[in-house]
Design a protein around this ligand. Structure first.
Ligand code: NAD
Length: 419
């Protein structure tokens, strides 16, 4: 599993979370059992020609957790340590996320075990095209729509769209989201997850009486989600004091400029060595004193061993599954307000949904329309989760899971069992 303690299996965490919410809601065993399994799991082993003329076999997955509420939807991860259980967990969280946002999707996820940092662009293109054709028996605009995740980007989505379209004999932009604008991507999609994190931080700050002006922010991970969140929170007058990537972190209590830091990372490959900043380890970064902590890298970063040391007042989960259930209890006990992944980072799938709608209608929206609709859906989702959290006296994660599982279970009950 990606950068995680090997002993923790994220799919076991999902099962624990589903059991807890099913107990709370009194969900029938058949729905509980269905939610604890993934509906479809495809493992593909396929050869790719490398630049030196040799060929290598890669392993990939595409998992659909549940498609009761609509086509399955979820990103594709390229990482050397990704595995089937991690993919299953991410697919299940996608089911919950789409239900929290109340968009008509089920949950899916894909992955290829590879290190994109060690591959040339042409090797990545050949790997992507072959993987896309291997999983083409599952994906499609009406069945399962991939998007970017860790290690993948708009160019990779473009190769998937092109490969799928070549097999169909005509262009099918709606088969993937997170594409470049030139081939049917949506304005605002690249920033959507980070924008959603910023919106949920603002909504939570208002609710908690926290002034964002000058609020100190620490961000773990400086990829798509982390860098956009940093930029947008800085625009809201937050003071970004710590940021990390896979090589470590930088810290300056007086503030770091995210744009200059992004330029530094582009030039040197890492945030390390940024001027006027102290170097910290990723472990130290997570426990820096701050108002808002944004884990935006990988799963299982805030665990039993470090949760009590977290000094943030609020956590905005940009990453999927960054907190274990044990850590959750400790954070809750210490009064840390956690905006869970299935709510905080839902902006990505919301704007992916907008992209799919625009592709199907061949009618494209302005960036303002995209961002306004994103804000509206996120505000509604936040309000619904908060209401459950207050009425049921549970934390925001339990409330979000109750909202999501309730919606999926009702849909399963209405559809019934075929045949
Ligand atoms: P990315 O590949 O663009 O960035 C990941 C970042 O994490 C990189 O900066 C990398 O250097 C850093 N990183 C890796 N290992 C680290 C470690 N041990 N400590 C600190 N930093 C580390 O990926 P992304 O798309 O930004 O995704 C980040 C997280 O957000 C993932 O959990 C992903 O599932 C989740 N997410 C992404 C989207 C999306 O739209 N991209 C949507 C929802 C959730």
């Amino acid at each position: 599993m990606s950068s995680n303690p090997k002993t923790v299996n994220p799919f076991e965490i999902v099962i624990e979370q589903i059991d807890a919410v099913c107990d709370r809601l009194g969900v029938d065993d058949i729905y509980r059992s269905r939610l604890k399994k993934c509906e479809r799991e495809l493992i593909v082993n396929f050869p790719v020609r490398m630049d030196d003329g040799t060929a290598k076999v890669f392993t990939g997955f595409r998992v659909q957790h549940n498609d009761t509420r609509g086509p399955a939807k979820g990103g594709i991860r390229y990482h050397p340590e990704v595995n089937l259980d991690e993919t299953r967990a991410l697919a299940a969280w996608m089911t919950l996320k789409a239900a929290v946002a109340n968009i008509p999707y089920g949950g899916a996820k894909g992955a290829v075990i590879c290190d994109p940092k060690l591959m040339s662009q042409s090797e990545l293109e050949r790997l992507t095209r072959r993987y896309a054709s291997e999983i083409s028996i599952l994906i499609g605009p009406e069945s399962d729509i991939p998007a970017p995740d860790v290690g993948t980007n708009p160019q990779i989505m473009a190769w998937i769209m092109d490969t799928y379209s070549m097999a169909k004999g005509h262009s099918v932009p709606s088969v993937v989201t997170g594409k470049p604008i030139e081939i049917g991507g949506s304005k605002g999609r690249f920033e959507a997850t980070g924008r959603g994190c910023m919106i949920s931080a603002k909504l939570a700050a208002k609710e908690r009486g926290m002034n964002l002006d000058g609020a100190t922010v620490v961000i773990q991970g400086f990829g798509n989600v982390g860098s956009v969140t940093a930029k947008l929170l800085a625009q809201e007058s937050c003071n970004i004091i710590g940021i990390s990537d896979s090589r470590g972190g930088v810290y300056n209590p007086k503030g770091l400029d995210p744009i200059s830091l992004l330029n530094h990372k582009r030039e040197t490959g890492s945030v390390i060595g940024f001027r006027n900043a102290e170097t910290v380890t990723n472990a130290e970064l997570l426990v820096l004193p701050c108002d808002i902590l944004v884990p935006a890298a990988f799963e299982l970063q805030i665990v039993k061993a470090n949760a009590a040391n977290v000094r943030a007042k609020m956590i905005v989960e940009g990453a999927n599954g960054p907190t274990t259930p044990e850590a959750d209890k400790i954070l809750h006990g210490n009064g840390v307000f956690v905006i869970p992944d299935v709510l905080a980072n839902v902006g990505g799938v919301i704007v992916s949904y907008f992209e799919w709608v625009q592709d199907i209608q061949s009618f494209f929206w302005s960036e303002e329309e995209v961002n306004d609709n994103l804000r509206r859906l996120m505000t509604d989702a936040f309000a619904e989760v908060l209401k459950i959290s207050q009425s049921e006296k549970v934390d925001m994660r339990s409330a979000a899971h109750m909202l999501a599982v309730g919606r999926v279970v009702r849909a399963m009950a209405i559809r019934g069992i075929y045949p």
